[in-house]
Design a protein around this ligand. Structure first.
Ligand SMILES: C[C@H](O)CC(=O)SCCNC(=O)CCNC(=O)[C@H](O)C(C)(C)COP(=O)(O)OP(=O)(O)OC[C@H]1O[C@@H](n2cnc3c(N)ncnc32)[C@H](O)[C@@H]1OP(=O)(O)O
Length: 723
């Protein structure tokens, strides 16, 4: 596979243009670094070269270090000898330390190692709207090409720390204001201006700035230490399970206390250490897995192109319908929302307005943009406006006859090319489409609530869904900035099905005498956005119980039926919306533990009768995590076994985007493989002996435990059989 190269062209004015070629983002692979060294050696040696312009081919400077090689280094257990020359020998001594000035001509993006390379140059010119940033932390590593040293010296510590810790890029315009970029130049004039600039540095008409030696933007030592102390505190609060952000701050501090070069050595040491951490492996896996969800054998490799998408029809303006409508109009797609009467319609439109207004209130949307966005929404009480829609998403209550009627109507009124999708989360799509002829146009479009915020978009294919329909829905998902994952048609589809044991195992633990608030603390400490009981309050018990019933009916061999929900519901404790569930809520919806919960727990425990000798069981935090997540892994294995997803990494992404499973653990299957099937199966077998079938390991898990095969290898042939 071509891993890129570097070209050198010497112009008549004595400027050498060194260009990185490695599409699509000019990433810095080993051959690119070797090429840079070779071309720099040549340019520095040649008498006809007075100055250098460094740039990227096409419309991008560089997207940074080649992340595929990072996976290679991880597999080689951190052996990075092939790039150990980069930070000091190439970038610091050869580029930055050279007598001949270098000017970076930045277009499109300069991220990670790309920006680090640019910061070694003696000036940086950027085309408008380029993106500049150090996003390494989101890959579980730290900037390893001098970023921890040069960025603070160029723009000051607070902003540099913010850019590194958040991984968020800034625009060329902001970079110019901060001093990271010396001038903004129209793209067409970028190279010619950079050439002139480089010659002016040679002629001492412009300063030759060595970033690593700059001190004017650095705070005094005492102040710098205070800034770092505060950043560490915030980091520990925000990401208590991650060590690499703290390590990044350590590298910054060494540079401030002992000088830039000492900082570079510290940075290299930390970079190597982080690269082989489980978190970096997980986050790099997530980077590629997320981009792979849209590639499905037998669907996206058929040469089909998405059909034009201008108008979407949505049936139902409830919570889901209004959320889906919001996601569409936010991304420029016209929406017709249909309701059964004008009151419901108005309520639906008001929900969309409220969704948009919350952006305005947070300062993320102007009034003008609010009005422009809302103008894309139309309400209707009949199907007249559905004559030219491209996709319809039905989002009404979970009643099969109603859905069947709607699909019959849609088949009559919508154009024959129109995709007919249902947002059902529990009903078999084959039943939804049973009464229509156009079964090939039917698919599931399962959003997660709130639909305009949650990133996952499950696309459900039935045995009759045409590939073209899936290609259209994949495109729709991308257009509305979701991560689309195509899954098979089974109760709960991929995500809800995999996670149904999550709530049930938690309920069993509660019936075994564990404190529900402790369970929530442990699970939130593991990295979930909130614990299972807080989540149940948020979702609402009525919804929770209805979906729980689906699994009890579909998978009766492996469910746990607790009485806790019904007991709470009898007293109208329905969760956050009634301000009483497992927690009690004040007017600002802040959750507080409720001492009254005890009586419901006692009753549920006595009805369940699972506590040995009526005494609570004792479990460590780690055992609680295993008790709750190992049954989830077990169900994930069944999902793989039945080929509900086309590859294990799709389930990883679905668990992260749909359930909030921590990305730095790589997703449910990746995490399980790090632990190993052997330990998981053995623990589940112990629990199975004590508590029964709910924990019985499935065949695929047992097979992997016996053979050492990774769980993720199940669906490597990318064929879905469960449709
Ligand atoms: C030593 C250093 O300090 C360490 C580092 O530099 S670590 C790397 C730091 N850089 C990054 O984190 C940038 C990662 N990339 C991105 O954020 C985005 O890809 C981007 C903003 C560059 C482009 O986004 P977008 O236009 O939406 O395209 P996107 O689909 O993400 O990427 C296009 C292709 O380039 C690949 N790609 C992007 N950045 C890459 C990189 N740094 N290395 C290898 N491949 C990369 C993607 O995998 C994708 O490949 P595919 O088409 O086969 O799926």
């Amino acid at each position: 596979m071509d891993k890129g190269h570097v070209e050198l062209e010497v112009c008549p004015d004595g400027v050498a243009i060194i260009t990185i070629h490695n599409p699509p983002v000019n990433s810095l692979s080993v051959p690119v670094f070797l090429g840079l060294r070779k071309k720099y050696e040549e340019a520095l040696k040649r008498d006809d070269v007075k100055a250098i312009v460094l740039t990227g081919a096409g419309d991008k400077f560089s997207g940074g270090f080649d992340i595929t090689s990072m996976q290679g280094f991880q597999k080689a257990n951190g052996d990075d000898s092939s790039i150990s020359f980069v930070s000091v020998d190439l970038q610091t001594n050869m580029v930055e330390g050279s007598r001949k000035p270098s000017v970076a001509a930045i277009q499109g993006l300069a991220l990670g190692g790309g920006l680090e390379l640019a910061m070694c140059c003696h000036a940086r010119l950027a085309a408008p709207k380029a993106q500049l940033g150090l996003p390494e932390l989101q890959l579980g590593v730290i900037p390893g090409g001098g970023g921890t040293q040069r960025l603070p010296r160029l723009i000051g510590l607070p902003k540099a720390i913010e850019m590194m810790l958040t991984s968020k890029p800034i625009s060329s315009e902001e970079a110019r204001e901060l001093g990271l970029v010396d001038a903004i130049v129209p793209a067409k004039d970028l190279i010619s201006t950079a050439r002139r600039w480089a010659l002016e540095i040679t002629n001492s008409q412009k300063p030759k700035i060595v970033s690593l030696h700059k001190t004017d933007k650095l705070e005094a030592l005492g102040e710098a230490r205070e800034i770092l102390r505060f950043a560490r505190q915030q980091t520990m609060k925000r990401a208590p399970n991650l060590f690499h952000p703290l390590k990044c701050l350590d590298a910054v501090e060494v540079g401030i206390v002992s000088g830039g070069l000492a900082g570079l050595y510290k940075e290299s040491e930390v970079f190597r250490e982080c690269m082989t951490s489980d978190n970096a492996k997980a986050l790099v896996h997530v980077f590629f897995a997320q981009r792979a969800t849209g590639r499905i054998k037998g669907i996206t490799d058929l040469g089909l192109k998405p059909r034009p998408l201008k108008k979407v029809g949505i049936i139902g303006g409830g919570l889901m319908g209004s959320g889906i409508a919001t996601a569409c109009i936010l991304n420029g797609i016209q929406v017709f929302i249909k309701e059964i009467n004008s009151d419901f319609l108005q309520a639906g439109i008001d929900r969309v307005k409220a969704n948009l207004m919350s952006r305005v209130k947070k300062g993320n949307m102007s009034e003008e943009k609010f009005n422009r966005t809302l103008a894309l929404l139309r309400g209707t009480l009949d199907y007249n406006d559905f004559k030219d829609v491209d996709i319809v998403v039905e989002a009404v209550i979970e009643k099969l006859p109603l859905k069947q009627q709607i699909f019959s109507d849609l088949e009559k009124v919508c154009p024959s090319r129109c995709v007919l999708a249902s947002n059902t989360s529990t009903i078999d799509l084959n039943l939804v489409s049973e009464k229509i002829n156009a079964k090939s146009r039917v698919a599931g479009a399962h959003f997660f609530s709130p639909a305009h915020i949650m990133p996952l978009f499950e696309i459900i294919r039935t045995s009759t869904t045409e590939p073209q329909v899936l290609v259209d829905l994949l495109d729709f998902g991308k257009r509305i900035k979701k991560v689309p994952v195509v899954v098979g048609n089974c109760p709960g589809f991929a995500v809800n099905r995999t996670f149904f044991p999550y709530t049930q195992a938690s309920l069993l633990l509660a019936d075994l005498g564990l404190d529900v608030y402790r369970i929530d603390r442990i699970i939130a400490g593991f990295g979930m956005p909130m614990g299972p009981f807080r989540l149940a309050d948020l979702v609402g018990f009525e919804v929770g119980v209805a979906s729980g019933m689906t699994y009890i009916e579909a998978y009766p061999d492996r469910v746990y039926k607790s009485k806790l929900f019904p007991l709470l519901m009898e007293e109208k404790r329905l969760g956050e919306k009634t301000r009483k569930g497992f927690y009690i809520y004040d007017e600002r919806r802040k959750a507080k533990p409720d001492p009254e919960l005890r009586k419901y727990l006692d009753k549920s425990r006595s009805l369940a009768g699972v506590m040995p000798n009526s005494k609570p069981i004792q479990l460590s935090d780690e055992q609680v995590v295993e008790f709750i997540f190992f049954p989830v892994v077990n169900e994930a294995c069944r999902v793989l076994e039945e080929r509900v997803v086309s590859k294990a990494s799709d389930l990883d992404i679905a668990s992260i985007m749909g359930m909030g499973f921590p990305a730095y653990r790589g997703g449910i299957v990746f995490w399980a493989d790090l632990i190993g099937a052997k330990h998981i199966a053995s623990r589940l077998n112990q629990l199975y002996k004590t508590y029964g079938n709910f924990f019985k390991p499935c065949a695929w898990l047992e097979h992997c435990a016996a053979t050492g095969q990774p769980l993720s290898t199940k669906v490597d042939n990318n064929v879905m059989s469960r449709l």
